[in-house]
Design a protein around this ligand. Sequence first.
Ligand code: SF4
Length: 343
Amino acid sequence: MQKVNLLGYTVNDLENLMQELGQRRFKGRQLFNWLYAQRQPDFSEMSDISKSARSVLTEKYCFTGLTAERISRSSDGTEKYLFRLDDGKLIEAVMIPDERKRTVCISSQVGCSLGCLFCATGKIGFGRNLTPGEIVGQLLFLRQRFGDSAFQNIVFMGMGEPLLNYENVLKAISIITSEIGLAVTARKITISTAGVVPKILTLADSDIKVRLAISLHAATDDKRGRLMPIARAYNLERLMDAAKYFALKRKRRITFEYILFEGFNDSAQDIKALSKLIRGIPCKINILAYNPVAGFPFRRPSEKKVNEFGRLLYPRAPAVTVRKSRGIDIDAACGQLAGKYQQ
Ligand code: SF4
């Protein structure tokens, strides 16, 4: 008989399970703590759980995490992990260190249905949603590798559109933020969306206090539509209304991601349109040079051009950050590695 994998079970799920096993409900919390906080997958070692429950758990259940099929390490310290899931599908996570902290970028779907024209994941197409266990499993792998201080920030910016896997992402976040789970505070978690407007509004009204980043990349509907097909479903007026609603509801800035593509969205005209677009929205703009992907028509602008864009935009925006590209030598752009492997 195949054992049931408890990876991805929430506190509530485990409380129900322990009750079904004839145990007191709170024993589910202890089990949850063993599995996620103490990373102890061996039920027989769980000293505060009764012998009879331990024996049933060992017989029928397991807690099996993800293992990396391949790890690539960049000269700048960035690491990329390729995970093969139970059904053979591939996903990626990236760990980006700087002097003080590590940020981990995780996937929420196998592939992606949104087909942005600059993105290697979009080219792969949609495979399926990740389960809560597969989302949390990427982080547990890193905790196993680097210990409790493996990462300080989590961004849902890997493969997939997290707001199109809303229920599973939220379930994973409940495990990640639980004090007896991974104990990461919600404000250290960023959900990055291509602009799924109805779900931005739902998230704003929820009590999940994560941060929000929106991939903007262009300041007119025409240009954005040429980069991101989703822009035709939700135009900039609706997207900006949702962004403002989220920021005001949370009383916190949101982030707009703006990838610079040489000769496409990097002119003085673009700066003017962008500053007009974000007027009145508490926000920060992250500027990043395009990380080129073989076979795609876009080019990477020079570092000088990127810095100049940031310098000229800065007085017209509440906050501007020019981000350094990381891990270029290890195909760190989202979906590059999985795409290569799939081929
Ligand atoms: S950029 Fe994000 S939303 Fe667009 S195709 Fe890639 S993974 Fe999907």
